[in-house]
Design a protein around this ligand. Sequence first.
Ligand code: DGJ
Length: 744
Amino acid sequence: MPIHFNETTKEFHLQNDGLSYIFTIIKNRQLGHLYFGKRIHHRESFQHLFKTQARAGMSNVYEGDLEFSLDIIKQEYPAYGTGDYREPAFHLLQEDGSRTTQFEYISHEIINGKPGLIGLPATYTEEDEEASTLIVTLKDTLIEAEIELLYTVYETRNVITRSVRFLNKGEQRLQLTRSLSANVDMFDADFEMLQLSGSWSRERHVKSRELISGIQSISSTRGTSSTQQNPFLVLKRKSADEHQGEVFGFNLVYSGNFLAQVEVDHYDTARVSMGINPFDFNWLLGPGEVFQAPEVVMVYSSEGLNGMSQEFHSLYRERLVRGYWRDKERPVLVNNWEATYFDFNEEKLLNIAKESKELGIELFVLDDGWFGKRDDDTTSLGDWYADRTKLPNGIEGISRKITDLGMKFGLWFEPEMVNKQSDLYEQHPDWIIQVKGRNNSHGRNQYVLDFSRKEVVDNLYKQMAAVLSSSPISYVKWDMNRYMTEVGSLALPAERQSEVAHRYILGVYDLYERLTSEFPYVLFESCASGGARFDPGMLYYAPQTWTSDDTDAIERLKIQYGTSMAYPLSSMGAHVSDIPNHQVQRLTGLEMRGDVSLFGMFGYELDITKMSREEKEEVKQQVSVYKENRRLIQNGTFYRLLSPFDENGNYVSWMVVSNDQKEALVGYYKILAEPNPGFKKLLLKGLDRNKEYAIEGRQWSYFGDELMNAGLMLDNEYSGSTKPQEEKLGDFRSRIYKLKEIDK
Ligand code: DGJ
């Protein structure tokens, strides 16, 4: 039983082979935090871990007691206004104007398995034995409101998930102005905080800083999780690195505005909080209503950042992504966006498809520009029917011609958006997110549909379902190309205007849920100008995300490396594109581009018909290498070896090892050539020390322990030899090493 409750000491201990998480009911019947970290033995009492003490300047709860102060006590779900001056986990405005509450423990329940969240994505279990869930109920009797804190501990994963429900069982109209999903008061602040930050085209770069006194936070107010900051935060010990040391990872399963912060207080403890961004959020919780806050996934690793990432990866691959495509090999695709942009007709598309098919590509994806009268980005979003001047036989015609070639067909949508030049906008100008009497800002000439309204979601469902059911469509790319402005809904009363951003996300999840249930064999790939909504919330519905609009191989090294901190290779769309690269104009060889994309969900984003015969041969080869290795890439254990974010980030490397450790694939990348450098080797990871591995293209075989300790000696062309392989010299070069256990 991984959850213990001690009746006498009122302690909860969530425990599995890797971690322990312990808290207790304290004197004021709130919850005090005792420990989160590596597994420790269970014992009859952990009260010695609870510390409080009389200190000058403290506010105390009870008369005659100078010790019990919330200022110094570590807590599970801290409230505002009773002596704890750190930022609280929630804030509840009552009808009399008070924000002071007194939520006290009243009961708890321990159940097998993991309950779903109301209207929100979450990790799940398939068998009840996989996890246990503790639900602790706190009650404020004055206002008859309850808070349910849910904790799930997985048996065999170093993961705890948390979420929160607010229940208004009284008569008052309560206002939730803050309702975070988790709060963890760490014992000390001796950590670095690592985050994934960026912008369009340079998403999820790894940044870190030492914690210092005060609040350090990342957040989004853009209506999506955003490229600027990802809803992901890591606390790592300063001595920890990729391969060893203590690391705590936190990831919010949510696709909208979020807050992730660490507050270091005057006693040098670190309070981690995560949840929906309280900025511009106010949820009216009427009598009888329930508010569900999203889930936080918390990972503990004593094996460095790679150990943490591997926990996130396997959890997301196996117990977040759902449905038919979860365990299926993903198709190699060709997407026409960078090949044609808006300028195509049926013939052009079919030519690309035909040649792609000959090279082994399995799925043709028709991107933006197929609907309404969309010849540029000023028009037609909202009108999801084919442009007959480009596609005289409609989607039905082109999709059938492509499937007749023996390929699958995929289609692009941007369901959440509308252009003013569209039938939909003409009929329903009130359906966009807007504030009456104010200007509507646009992004890329488009406006955000008000997905907080059911009739809007219904309309989009109807339009999309009609297209998907009329044609053989196996894949949908669901795009979302702008952030929110003038956030308001014409359908909601004044007092609910600050609910719009969250209601919008609930609407997006609702549409995803309906479409994925109605079309269970369609593979969904989410996208938001590339990676502006790369988060676990999306992965629950769409197993893949378009990692970035930046397809340059060198930029992708950073983007894919950073993304892998939290997200598995099976979630990262990675395509080979044309040169000069459309985002940065860089020239890199086809080999380098292929070798970077190999570590993701592979495809092409260029006009195959314009390639030379030699290039096509190379593409054919790349596709076949990918197919041989895709199971390994999709399901294997991923290790980052050399970081592009290191001071000398000129060499980048990563590898993936099969679960039976019989094979592995290593990617090694050189950014700029160096004159006459020293010899280099790679210390591989994750192999079986006793297995003997052959490496394709090499004469010798090597034991796992040699490759992991003495290392894999790299070829001399990297180090100024006199007889180098010409093609390996120069900037932007790569090598792939395939390891296979030798059958004896
Ligand atoms: C942004 C996406 O990230 C691109 O891949 C492409 O689909 C365009 N939108 C189309 O408008």
